[in-house]
Design a protein around this ligand. Structure first.
Ligand SMILES: [Zn+2]
Length: 156
């Protein structure tokens, strides 16, 4: 797949992307992505130098559970709601760099934004399903839906 760079200053906005992506430049600092990755994104213009990106990324990763060290599938549902600014504007103004996504907007690369959102939303620690950070909430849910799950886990 050839990379498509967009000049955000000259393209017609809003732009809408509904993509089933089969590759993404993700390094091995996080889990191994399972493709396709479902991407639904809209990019709007707020002013001459300010753009807004809203949308969703649905992707799963193969990762190692930090509790039992087995491989597990981690599903991420990422909601994107970020402003996009030109990285060339950073030097010009004394403005503190905020939470916006920065790129050279004459050569905007959607993949870079997607990868940044994935890194930002990737949990620092991965556990198997049924062993999430909010253990209490999860336990309640388990008791309600699958009262015998714990016993089954013991038998496994
Ligand atoms: Zn585990």
């Amino acid at each position: 797949m050839k990379k498509k760079l967009i000049n955000l200053y000259e393209t017609n906005l809003p732009l809408n992307f509904e993509i089933e992506s089969i590759e993404m430049p993700i390094d091995d600092s996080i889990g191994k992505p399972l493709f396709p990755m479902r991407i639904s994104i809209e990019i709007k213009k707020l002013s001459s130098e300010l753009f807004l990106c809203k949308g969703k990324i649905e992707v799963s990763f193969i990762d190692t559970c930090q509790a039992c060290l087995n491989e597990t599938v981690l599903k991420l549902d990422i909601n994107i709601d970020t402003s996009i600014k030109d990285e060339l504007s950073i030097n010009k103004s004394e403005e503190v760099i905020d939470e916006s996504h920065y790129q050279d907007l004459k050569f905007f690369d959607l993949d870079k934004l997607i990868v940044e959102e994935i890194y930002l939303n990737y949990p620092s620690v991965t556990y198997c399903p049924g062993r999430v950070n909010d253990e209490d909430k999860n336990l309640k849910l388990e008791q309600k839906v699958q009262p015998f799950k714990k016993i089954r886990d013991l038998l496994d």
